[in-house]
Design a protein around this ligand. Structure first.
Ligand SMILES: Nc1ncnc2c1ncn2[C@@H]1O[C@H](COP(=O)(O)OP(=O)(O)OP(=O)(O)O)[C@@H](O)[C@H]1O
Ligand SMILES: [Mg+2]
Length: 155
């Protein structure tokens, strides 16, 4: 089978509340747990966990609310995040290393290095980021899987 086979074997959606820093990382932890239980390769889990954490934090830092979905298919893992909020006026600028509009509060919590979106791009095989200014942002990324014999829970 080739990469065009996109039958979804598993889907779970998580809600993210903007500004809720006490929940930071909880969703990427849950995604990691699901993938560990699914027996996915450590390297794949590490890459998608990093990208998912950065996506989750951006909703918490910059949006009002959002939904993050994990999709597991035979040949890929995919995360889709839709949020409502201010959106991103200039995607290219936002994607560049070190660019951040994080305020003092966000920086005090250790975020705002401007490396989240570049990190997502580096850790994934495909990434799409679109945004409507003053409405919200859509982000999705994919990691392709090589077939593993021990992925039975999702066969
Ligand atoms: N979901 C979003 N909604 C609105 N703006 C966003 C969103 N995601 C990113 N941005 C904007 O893009 C900028 C760059 O995001 P990126 O994740 O690369 O860095 P950061 O969040 O500022 O810092 P870091 O991720 O290193 O903690 C942000 O500072 C913010 O202005
Ligand atoms: Mg970020």
């Amino acid at each position: 089978m080739d990469r065009t086979d996109n039958n979804i074997l598993f889907h779970k959606m998580f809600h993210i509340e903007g500004g809720d820093f006490t929940s930071a990382g909880l969703i990427s932890d849950q995604v990691k747990k699901i993938l560990r239980e699914g027996g996915f390769p450590k390297k794949v889990i590490r890459r998608i966990s990093i990208a998912t954490f950065e996506a989750e934090m951006n909703v918490i830092c910059y949006a009002t609310r959002g939904d993050l979905s994990l999709f597991i298919a035979h040949h890929f893992l995919k995360i889709v995040v839709d949020d409502e909020g201010d959106g991103i006026p200039d995607i290219n600028l936002a994607m560049s290393d070190g660019y951040s509009t994080a305020d003092e509060k966000i920086r005090e919590l250790g975020f705002g290095a401007g490396m989240g979106l570049p990190n997502i791009r580096r850790n994934t095989d495909e990434m799409v980021l679109t945004s409507t200014f003053r409405q919200g942002t859509h982000l999705e990324f994919i990691i392709y899987l090589e077939r593993q014999k021990n992925m039975l829970p999702f066969e």
